[in-house]
Unconditional design. Structure first.
Length: 263
């Protein structure tokens, strides 16, 4: 047996694996992992304490203060948005510590920007249109909370802020749950299918505050996005798609929720 063959068969460095595993727990612990725990607790509390369960609750996706000082409200909202993208920034810093190729190994570069934008728009249509139908069906079946997507005062900056919030969601979720998590789980020796399932379940779980419709819809979204990333190693189309989906949902809600009964 040659030395090279022996090296290939040698088990992975357990110390390095332990460090990577703790790093993953830390990143999720200051971001979407804790969101998943809170969403699960919210769902359990609603089912136990609210007559009618989760279907009798209302979930607000984007909210903000409304005081006599709009400029201070805007500053608070912008600070919340900045806080929301910091875990993604942390994940990128950690990825940069290990050489991973162009775009930190997750495709964050402008090499194929035109194709990334077109793919992102295509995924937004693929996910967003059926997702709207799922929201309606889940609402009619009584397995989803009523969703008050936006609860922001009617100010001049409301629509720009909603678009910024959508971009924050796209950046945070796709970089952390797709780019970072799937990269690190592969380094830990997880199979692609196992890592994909874990990532998708995490995404669905931190949407459980919306009910089972939110869980299933986002789990399917996570499976599609994760599958594509595992084959292309490019996270940018997913971030663009997510931003477009949320921006359309947020701004659309502002103008349609008084015109369509189930929105």
């Amino acid at each position: 047996m040659t030395e090279q063959t022996e090296a290939v068969r040698r088990p992975p460095d357990t110390a390095q694996s332990s460090h990577t595993g703790l790093e993953v727990l830390a990143v999720l612990g200051v971001s979407l992992g804790m969101s998943a725990i809170y969403a699960l607790l919210y769902y359990v509390r609603a089912e136990i304490t609210v007559k009618g369960g989760i279907a009798a609750t209302t979930a607000t996706v984007v909210s903000g203060p409304a005081t006599r000082y709009p400029w201070l409200d805007l500053a608070d909202d912008l600070a919340d948005t900045l806080n929301g993208v910091m875990p993604a920034f942390l994940a990128l810093v950690l990825l940069s510590r290990v050489p991973g190729g162009r775009g930190l190994g997750i495709g964050l570069d402008r090499l194929h920007i035109r194709r990334d934008v077109l793919q992102g728009a295509g995924f937004a249509a693929l996910i967003g249109i059926p997702g709207l139908g799922l929201v309606w069906a889940a609402h009619e079946l009584g397995i989803n909370a009523s969703i008050a997507v936006v609860d922001l005062p009617d100010t001049w900056y409301r629509v720009p802020l909603l678009i910024l919030e959508a971009a924050q969601n796209g950046i945070l979720e796709e970089i952390v749950v797709i780019g970072y998590l799937l990269t690190r789980l592969r380094e830990l020796g997880w199979s692609d299918s196992r890592a994909l399932g874990a990532s998708a379940v995490l995404r669905g779980t931190y949407h459980l505050y919306q009910g089972w419709g939110g869980f299933v819809g986002n789990l399917v979204m996570g499976l599609i996005f994760g599958w594509w990333f595992q084959r292309t190693r490019r996270v940018l189309p997913m971030a663009i798609a997510h931003t477009l989906i949320d921006a359309t949902s947020f701004v659309g809600y502002v103008y349609l929720h008084n015109r369509i009964s189930w929105i």
